[in-house]
Design a protein around this ligand. Structure first.
Ligand SMILES: [Zn+2]
Length: 225
């Protein structure tokens, strides 16, 4: 009986799917990337040294740009948030915890091929600058994706702008531990550094930066396929 129900469900799905979409999906299953804009709502993250811009706002803009590039590259994109609000409810006692667990639920349900969390960095020394990528130390695939993204960002931004590249770093972070798919955090630059802050406030720079992340992810995933 279970099989009969399952069979009926599949036939119904086939009948209701557009023929073109069916042809594509039969050859190439949809590949979903979760794009996570860090912080939001009452948690603005770090702030810009000169302008006071909120990390949560820049994360959202960068996340949407990255998502658009991924969609144009044929990926399905699931965002953890698409507005400036957090993912908690007003009645939640611990809003930060509720927010993070909601992100975990979204990642789990998406069954993604990769997870990319977008953040902006800060450091007490204002001179520190550049893009830094993090991965979960227990995930070899996460480390590989982090290396791919870091090398691309080194080539396109860190070496020309800051004069030095970085190695990706292992980090014990909740958002990196919610999927068996490779997961990375991209800290796009230091809002404590005036030059990085000015760059990240520039729409053209952000578009080029998001494109670099996209290029690295797409190249990594195609090499894995
Ligand atoms: Zn952050």
């Amino acid at each position: 009986m279970k099989w009969a129900i399952a069979g009926f469900a599949i036939i119904f799905a086939l009948l209701s799917a557009p023929a073109a979409a069916l042809a594509v999906s039969a050859l190439e299953p949809a590949r979903t990337v979760v794009v996570d804009a860090g912080h939001g709502g009452m948690d603005g993250g770090v702030t810009g040294v000169n302008t006071g811009v909120k990390e949560s706002d820049l994360n959202l803009v960068m996340a949407k740009l990255l998502g658009e590039y991924l969609e144009s590259g044929g990926f399905d994109v699931v965002y953890t948030r698409r507005t400036s609000g957090g993912l908690y409810k007003e009645g939640d006692v611990n809003k930060k915890s509720a927010d993070m667990h909601r992100r975990a639920e979204i990642i789990s349900r998406a069954d993604p091929v990769a997870v990319v969390s977008i953040h902006m960095n800060t450091f007490f020394q204002k001179s520190r600058r550049g893009a830094q990528v993090f991965f979960d130390p227990s995930s070899a695939k996460g480390e590989s994706l982090a290396l791919a993204v870091q090398e691309e960002l080194n080539r396109t931004f860190n070496l020309p702008d800051a004069g030095r590249g970085f190695s990706p770093l292992g980090a014990d972070k909740f958002i990196l531990q919610q999927s068996s798919a490779p997961s990375v955090i991209v800290e796009c630059g230091f809002l404590s550094n005036p030059s990085d802050e000015a760059h990240l406030l520039d729409a053209d720079y952000r578009a080029r930066f998001a494109y670099s992340i996209f290029v690295a992810i797409a190249a990594y995933l195609s090499s894995e396929a």
